[in-house]
Design a protein around this ligand. Structure first.
Ligand code: OGA
Ligand code: MN
Length: 309
């Protein structure tokens, strides 16, 4: 059962044995296989990505359609996307879990308010999610033309590139959830099935602290595999793995910090580009962020009110 695996990895007392967790840093080829990138596409170097020929891409043999890309981002790319998630995607027009609480006036937002150290202490850990594009409705689990904003250009471009490398040539990012995890956060088991087009792949890009990600079967009763997801790692759920149960039972302290520059040239460039980097860096040292990007409509379909392309 999915929930037994969830409970096992969530437990603090006794702590779990992480020995069976799939670690793509040390691939066990009895369980995983290499996937060759579709390098005919040369858009890769944009968006803070390394040249595509350097990427390591894997599949899990027992989960066809589940694709894992080991951190393809440069250091500056990591810093760029972390900044976008923490400082930018957490504010309007995006919706967040804090909207209901009337914490801010029209001119205030979560990140700016957190520049006050006193306020940050209680406010920083409160942000759990932001929704972008077609806003995921957590109650009805339905998207609506009445709850839709524009998607960020950079996120659309990044996922278009990732899609092409994985040979999905007509993916269009129309909706995203950005999840914010603190060290004690979890995300319980679920399937993502609200999209009209569940044939289109789902892209999950993570930064910051490490997650134990559980990927099960199509039913709650099915067992699950656990995977380490580190900063920059990407999971694509497609084909027969698009509708599998999945969740995050545990966040672990990162064993490396690929968002930190070694060269002082990078650090200077970074400080010029992203004014808030020091504060963002201290946030990500005790958090994980996950961009979960979906296509909602079928190819050619222009609106939810118009079901036929
Ligand atoms: C989601 C999701 C997984 C993660 O947002 O639907 O499954 O790794 N996120 O945070
Ligand atoms: Mn999900």
């Amino acid at each position: 059962m999915f929930k037994d695996f969830f409970k096992y990895y969530k437990s603090k007392e006794p702590p779990p044995d992480f020995g069976a967790v799939i670690d793509f840093k040390k691939p066990d080829y009895s369980k995983v296989r290499n996937i060759l990138p579709d390098v005919n596409e040369d858009e890769g170097v944009a968006q803070g990505l390394k040249p595509i020929k350097e990427w390591k891409i894997y599949g899990i043999i027992s989960k066809p359609g589940l694709i894992f890309i080991e951190n393809p981002f440069t250091t500056l790319g990591q810093q760029y996307w972390i900044t976008r998630c923490v400082r930018d995607y957490s504010s309007k027009p995006n919706k967040t879990n804090l909207d209901l609480h009337n914490l801010f006036t029209k001119h205030e937002n979560w990140w700016d308010e957190c520049s006050n150290a006193e306020r940050a202490r209680t406010l920083l850990p409160k942000l759990r999610w932001a929704t972008l594009g077609y806003h995921h409705n957590w109650d009805t689990k339905e998207y609506s033309e009445n709850a839709k904003d524009s998607m960020p250009e950079d996120m659309m471009k990044l996922t278009r590139c990732l899609a092409k490398v994985a040979s999905f040539h007509d993916f269009k990012a129309e909706s995203a959830i950005v999840n914010y995890y603190r060290m004690n956060s979890t995300l319980s088991g679920h399937t993502d099935h609200s999209e009209v087009d569940c044939e289109a792949p789902l892209f999950s890009v993570s930064f910051g602290q490490t997650a134990i990600f559980l990927i099960g079967g199509l039913l709650r009763e099915d067992p699950a595999d656990a995977i380490f997801i580190r900063s920059g790692d990407i999971v694509i759920m497609s084909k027969s793995s698009r509708l599998r149960y999945h969740g995050v039972p545990r966040i672990l302290a990162a064993d490396s910090t690929p968002w930190e520059s070694e060269s002082s040239k990078d650090i200077t460039q970074m400080k010029e580009k992203f004014s808030d980097w020091d504060r963002i860096k201290s946030y990500i040292c005790e958090s994980r962020v996950n961009m979960n990007v979906r296509q909602v409509l079928r190819p050619g379909q222009t609106s939810l009110d118009n079901n036929s392309p």
